[in-house]
Design a protein around this ligand. Structure first.
Ligand SMILES: Cc1ncc(COP(=O)(O)O)c(C=O)c1O
Length: 332
């Protein structure tokens, strides 16, 4: 097994904290939060763990520019722009759909971090994605630059290392708290966080941790295919000494709502619930939806009764500022 090199840009380890005030509201369900929203301020969230490996590989390969894609409110794009600024790399972001109005939330931070932004109407980008990406890389090379492409969410075998390492960090904290067994919940979209956690769980033999992915963008069948493919590719690429079976995958279904980046009232209520009980802020696209699964499970007795449940707060706070009406409208 060969762990690829990484640079250190995240504040690690992130804290594992009990949510006592929220637990009291939920009849004493034992709930803890792994605060990966605190991996850094500007570079906050789950993507930073992945980018530690991506940036290290880019620098080792002599690249001077990272190129990636996402929506204007993409946490991955913002974290990539921040990681580049901090590491002396340039960053090119391919955004779709085209942002409207003054930049806000993550998009505003992209601009402040000095990212070069190219934006595209969504149908054009979706239809011509490969041609557009190849064209941008070619254009940069022709201008004498050495670009490196990073896929959406940095969810490739290299990016998976962020959470292969992340779950080992969490396992030490679980042990230090004397927790014998627990459930572990995380939001799933491009899949690298969940796949990394699962690979790390298998690698470090964490049989006492029951890992659940909560899809927030697509159906479970899609995420099963995605995660299985990523796990197999990572095992092959890095010769991980583990066996992966599809039966290792476990998801909590029912929290996508009307679609990706389309928050629904229960997700907004979950954000308000945690903010008003613990002063910790989730986001409307990923963590708010996934936290609904935890709240429903805690209320219904599935989570936090027989054993504690841990939620990985994967970040995303900046996109709250792009949804002010929705978040404020149902205030109690
Ligand atoms: C805040 C936040 N949480 C969770 C996720 C999901 O992680 P992944 O894309 O690795 O599945 C993302 C990124 O997509 C994110 O930005």
């Amino acid at each position: 097994m060969h762990e690829p090199p990484r640079i250190s840009i995240a504040n690690l380890p992130t804290p594992l904290v009990p949510l006592d005030r929220l637990s009291a509201r939920l009849n004493g369900a034992a709930i803890l939060l792994k605060r990966d929203d605190l991996t850094g301020l500007e570079t906050s969230g789950n993507k930073v763990r992945k980018l530690e490996y991506v940036v290290a590989e880019a620098i080792a390969a002599g690249c001077d520019t990272l190129v990636t894609e996402g929506t204007p409110q993409s946490n991955h794009c913002r974290a990539t722009a921040a990681a580049c600024a901090r590491s002396g790399l340039r960053c090119v972001l391919l955004l779709r759909p085209e942002p409207h109005g003054a930049p806000q939330g993550n998009h505003l931070l992209d601009v402040l971090f000095g990212a070069e932004i190219r934006s595209y109407p969504r149908p054009q980008f979706d239809e011509q994605r490969e041609t557009i990406v190849a064209g941008v890389l070619e254009e940069l090379r022709a201008a004498g630059r050495r670009p490196r492409w990073t896929p959406m969410g940095a969810s490739d075998p290299l990016g998976c290392w962020g959470y292969i390492r992340g779950i080992a960090e969490l396992a030490v904290q679980i042990h230090a708290r004397g927790i014998q067994a627990c459930d572990l919940l995380v939001a799933v979209s491009s899949g690298g966080t969940y796949a990394g956690l699962l690979l790390g769980k298998l690698l470090h033999r964490l049989t006492h941790v029951a890992l659940w992915g909560v899809p927030v963008s697509d159906d479970v069948a899609h995420h099963q295919r995605l995660a299985a493919g990523l796990c197999r590719a990572t095992i092959a690429q890095y010769a991980l000494p583990i066996e992966f079976h599809e039966s290792d995958l476990a998801f909590v279904d029912g929290y996508v709502g009307p679609g990706y980046a389309r928050p629904y009232p229960a997700a907004l209520a979950a954000i308000r619930e945690l903010a008003s009980s613990e002063a910790i802020v989730l986001d409307p696209v990923y963590t708010g939806k996934a936290f609904c699964a935890l709240l429903d499970g805690a209320r219904g007795g599935r989570f936090g009764r027989e054993r504690p449940v841990i939620f990985i707060h994967t970040g995303g706070i900046f996109s709250d500022f792009a949804w002010p009406e929705q978040l404020a409208s149902e205030r109690r």
